[in-house]
Write a protein that binds this ligand. Structure first.
Ligand code: NAD
Length: 481
């Protein structure tokens, strides 16, 4: 069934767009058209920013509500999303090719947990505290909501990555204009319906579906007080330059090329670690920013490690994203598949050994599929080890000892995720401490809503999630009396 939407969710209402431009969404699994929505252009962004500004400036409105009342509204949004969970998961999956089993967890249950975390946090938080002024008198420190947030999300986890932004922003008392990626605008319609049915006042969240031009117009808009961006490093750098010129606060969650360090004592039995290894290296068809796509293998067990990844990749069920048995779905777009195939060709051309995969699955003649692919004997300096591929392609790189493994892990322009695989957790923790990265797992990897998430180097600036993320959306004001 195709879904055609004629209006935009702005100011708490569904209003007609200012232009006739539309975004058509194609299913990654079938290449069929599955829906279309109006594309928000400059006039629509102006209306969305004006609505968010009016909601923010309302003297008895959202930003002035007590934290408890805001928390109740956040909980009501979580409940509305939960009641639409299956529909949201199916829409995400149909659009970007995420296996439905993953979409059910990470695109519905996970954002709901994040919203509830910030609702709980804001109930306990103190936004005004007084202490003696060091030179006499009293200083009161207030944490005030920053204002109107321009939030931009990518297509790979559209619901989760939007919630990383709006949940703490709302908890802080901000209002938002959210721009989803053109590949994933249909789930954003369900999100808008959930917002409309929740206790959030009109104008607190406004949605402007659009591509690069809409995003560029939004981040430069004079009515925006802060930008929260997740996407590629190339675009993040452009946004950072613009926000630098405007002196506009910005957080950037960008790309990654993380290392999965297999220590010489690791349990390599796929029956025990297969699911966790899959989640840390191939989740969402390889289209996940934190994946450890550089597998660092000790020379003493090198052939064994290559064999384990060969067995893992070749055992995965590749198919339609909506099939509950599917573990690897298609890539999100034809362009994305071309990019991934380009890297596979480059890997072969650069002398890496193709162990498994590398082609389009013979049995699937529709959809943007690529077989899960493993390269061995990869030189860490080569493009497939240094650049983010964003597809199901792993590179196994040999190392001699732990110091060498850490040096290779850190020889990257990125620093977002990573994992260490070992039977000795203390040893794993020691290695994890030495890797230059924003997040890392020992024998597992799953972002924690209650702890900071983000990267260093080309993986971004700032952190989302956890208690600190609320500060991204606050102005700290000191009042001396
Ligand atoms: P992208 O940078 O092309 O687009 C991201 C978003 O920015 C989209 O909504 C897009 O429409 C918008 N955009 C594009 N050009 C813009 C411009 N000039 N100004 C303003 N907005 C603009 O990235 P993508 O291909 O959609 O997503 C994949 C990338 O996102 C990967 O590099 C991945 O690693 C990264 N990512 C990072 C994280 C993280 O938390 N660090 C999480 C998921 C994805």
């Amino acid at each position: 069934m195709t879904l055609h939407i004629d209006s935009l969710f702005i100011g708490g209402e569904w209003i007609p767009p200012t232009t006739s431009h539309r975004i058509t969404v194609i299913s990654a699994s079938t290449e069929d058209e599955i829906g279309s929505v109006p594309e928000a252009r400059d006039g629509d962004v102006d209306a969305a920013v004006a609505a968010a500004r009016a909601a923010f400036d309302d003297p008895s409105g959202w930003s002035r509500w007590s934290p408890d009342r805001r928390a109740d509204a956040l909980d009501s949004l979580a409940a509305e999303l939960e009641s639409r969970a299956e529909e949201i998961a199916r829409r995400v999956s149909a659009q970007n090719g995420m296996p439905i089993s993953i979409a059910r967890q990470l695109e519905t249950a996970f954002p709901v947990a994040i919203i509830r975390y910030y609702a709980g946090f804001v109930r306990e938080a103190t936004f005004e505290q007084s202490h003696p002024h060091l030179l006499g008198g009293t200083t009161t420190v207030r944490r005030e909501p920053l204002g109107v947030i321009g939030a931009i999300a990518p297509w790979n986890f559209p619901q989760a990555l939007a919630s990383f932004k709006y949940a703490p922003a709302l908890a802080a008392g901000c209002t938002l204009v959210l721009k989803p990626s053109p590949e994933t605008v249909l789930d954003a319609v369900l999100f808008a319906e959930a917002v409309a049915a929740s206790q959030l006042p009109a104008g607190v969240i406004n949605i402007v579906p659009g591509g690069r031009d809409t995003g560029a117009y939004l981040i430069e808009h004079p009515g925006i007080d802060k930008v929260a961006f997740t996407g590629s490093t190339v675009v993040g750098r452009q946004i950072a330059e613009i926000c630098g010129r405007l002196l506009r606060p910005v957080t950037l969650e960008l790309g990654g090329k993380s290392a999965a360090i297999v220590l010489d004592d690791a349990d390599l039995d796929l029956a025990t670690i297969g699911e966790k290894l899959f989640g840390a290296t191939l989740l969402n068809n390889g289209q996940t920013c934190f994946l450890g796509t550089r597998i660092l293998a000790p020379r003493s067990r090198y052939h064994e490690v290559v064999g384990v990844f060969e067995a893992l990749a070749s055992s995965l069920k590749v198919g339609d994203a909506l099939d509950p048995a599917t573990q690897i779905g298609p890539l999100a777009s034809e362009r994305q598949r071309e990019r991934v195939e380009g890297y596979i060709a480059k890997g072969i051309g650069d002398g890496a050994r193709l162990v498994t995969g590398g082609r389009r699955p013979a049995a699937l003649d529709r959809g943007w599929f690529v077989e899960p692919t493993v390269f061995a004997d990869v030189d860490n300096q080569r493009a497939i080890a240094q650049e983010e591929i964003f597809g199901p392609v792993l590179s196994v790189i040999p190392y001699t000892d732990v110091d060498d493994a850490i040096a290779i892990a850190n020889a990257s322009d990125y620093g977002l995720g990573g994992t260490v695989w070992t039977c000795d957790t203390d040893r794993g923790m020691d290695v994890a401490r030495r890797v230059r990265t924003g997040t890392i797992g020992v024998n597992t990897y799953l972002p924690d809503p209650g702890s900071p998430f983000g990267g260093i180097k080309n993986s971004g600036i700032g952190r989302e999630l956890g208690p600190d993320a609320i500060a991204n959306f606050q102005n700290t004001k000191s009042i001396y009396a």
